[in-house]
Design a protein around this ligand. Structure first.
Ligand code: 3UK
Length: 506
């Protein structure tokens, strides 16, 4: 069965009708209107077709966030092909793996990129298209008219690779219609997005969170998205906000933390007056960071959790009633169940206040991983439930993240959530970042604190003792770290999540 309409064509046509000359995207000093986007996406579909790419084939995109991204993503979808956004920060070997894993027909990237190098060692990639920030080379020679082909029902419309807290990345295919899932009710009711909004995501479009904020929101609401092509650091982000004056800002906790430390209120370089709301996802937003952000900047920050598999935010805080330290409440349309370790989708739920593994069900979830039947069986459970791999505690409908199920450690009879211990460690004024992971002591697992100091020059031995003392005042004995290890940096995924598993036994 063929779906009646091509999702990308429908969205482009709708914006062409309602706001053709409005900016869809801003990048540096340039503007891409909805009209220009529609024409360029059609040209890109023609270019791909002329190079022999057809419906259903995978088109890997390794690009900075720039006009090239929406043109290539939507152009591939117009053709009925499957765009596969991949982080631009990987090495040639990672690209070779992903290109082979999804049997890519085409790669769109910049000249001399590590992805282009990866493609040279991957025989099936017949088409490599080079791109500037403005779009793939040779687009102007192609027609701006294209007859779109719909994606066949049950076939992917786009595919993401999960950053994977452990192991190799997994392809996560989504139906074309899933692209719009986050628009409603998350975008509409929770964020209140309108055509007047200018959105800016520090997370890249190769990351589900970046894609749904930078692509879904402008397309679904006729809003404008600011694209930042470089590597975002706190000063670059402040500069971009001051210049483009976004109303909504999307970022991850690690970067909020860096921004807060660089924040100088009242200076022109740190002008956040355009922002009506900030959003945080990707990792739990520590309660202290949430409170400090709001008190220092005066802008509300909402924490919410989503995943590549869900391509949606399924738990979220709400404007006007932020609960710092919690992921918030269920997003309407989704269902959540918390079950004990070792349980399945039919197990009874754990009572309020008891940690459990989170399962969710709702619209737009990926139905499987790409060619990974075992991983699919572990994660996509009978009845449409998705095992998130996250441990949560629920109290009166509010969910608080306790860590990934594989980061939890058992000390004696007690479960220790690294997140709770980290919250206590952060109370010490010298701590900039921290992570808690298991350390084996005489054969037994004990929590160990891994700490990055605000001032790396401080005397470490003394501080270690002080930090542990501070933790002991706040935590029951079994939760207290037995040691502090100082680091210059903590290991993170390309999307900014701390990889606690890499610190185990370190
Ligand atoms: C963790 C959080 C606590 C959690 C994502 C779309 O992060 C996204 O997707 P990924 O597949 O990772 C999912 C995992 O990341 N996580 C994300 N947000 C939070 N943990 N609090 C949070 N607020 O382990 C989850 O299973 O890379 C995808 C939209 C938003 C996203 N955050």
């Amino acid at each position: 069965m063929i779906q009646p309409e091509n999702v990308a064509a429908g969205l482009l046509a709708r914006n062409l009708e309602r706001c053709p000359d409005k900016a869809a995207f801003l990048c540096a000093d340039d503007t891409l209107t909805h009209r220009a986007l529609a024409a360029e996406a059609a040209r890109f579909a023609n270019l791909l077709q002329a190079r022999g790419v057809g419906p259903g084939q995978r088109v890997v995109l390794v690009l900075p966030d720039s006009f090239a991204y929406p043109k290539a993503f939507l152009g591939a979808m117009l053709l009925g092909a499957v765009p596969v956004p991949v982080s631009a920060m990987l090495g040639a070997e990672d690209y070779a793996f992903i290109l082979a894993d999804c049997s890519a027909s085409a790669l769109v990237t910049w000249e001399d990129s590590p992805a282009a190098e990866g493609a040279r060692s991957t025989p099936g990639v017949a088409v490599v298209l080079f791109c500037g920030l403005d779009g793939p080379w040779g687009l102007s020679g192609h027609s701006a008219e294209f007859e779109p082909a719909a994606h066949a029902a049950g076939q992917p419309g786009f595919m993401l690779y999960s950053s994977g807290s452990t192991g190799r990345p997994k392809g996560v295919p989504h139906a074309a219609a899933d692209l719009l899932g986050p628009a409603d009710p998350w975008g509409s009711d929770i964020l209140g997005v309108t055509a007047e909004d200018v959105v800016f995501s520090a997370s890249k479009m190769s990351f589900a969170y970046g894609l749904l904020s930078s692509l879904t929101l402008p397309l679904a609401f006729g809003a404008t998205a600011v694209l930042f092509a470089g590597k975002p650091g706190p000063y670059e982000l402040f500069e971009c906000i001051a210049r483009h004056r976004p109303s909504l800002f999307f970022c991850v906790p690690t970067l909020y933390n860096l921004m807060l430390r660089a924040f100088e209120p009242g200076t022109p370089g740190c002008d956040l007056s355009s922002l009506r709301l900030c959003y945080s996802a990707g990792e739990a937003l520590p309660a202290t960071l949430c409170q400090e952000w709001m008190s220092q900047t005066g802008v509300e920050i909402l924490d919410g959790i989503g995943s590549t598999e869900a391509f949606n935010l399924f738990l979220s805080n709400r404007q006007g009633r932020v609960r710092c330290g919690a992921s918030g409440e269920i997003v309407p349309g989704f269902e959540a169940r918390l079950i004990a370790a070792g349980g399945n989708a039919d197990s009874p739920e754990v009572p309020d206040g008891t940690p459990g593994n989170l399962l969710i069900r709702g619209p737009g979830l990926a139905q499987s991983y790409w060619e990974r039947p075992e991983k699919t069986a572990e994660t996509m459970l009978p009845g449409g439930w998705l095992a998130t791999g996250d441990v949560y505690v629920r109290e009166q409908g509010v969910f608080s993240h306790q860590g990934r199920s594989d980061d939890m450690l058992k000390v004696g009879a007690h479960w220790v959530s690294p997140v709770q211990v980290e919250d206590a460690l952060r109370q010490h004024p010298a701590v900039a970042e921290c992570a808690v992971a298991a350390l084996r002591v005489e054969g037994l697992l004990r929590p160990c604190a891994h700490v990055v100091l605000k001032d790396p020059g401080q005397a470490q031995a003394l501080l270690g003792v002080e930090i542990l003392k501070c933790a002991r005042e706040l935590l029951p004995t079994y939760m207290c770290p037995v040691r502090v290890v100082f680091h210059n940096d903590l290991p993170k995924t390309p999307t900014g999540k701390i990889q606690r598993f890499r610190l185990r036994n370190a």
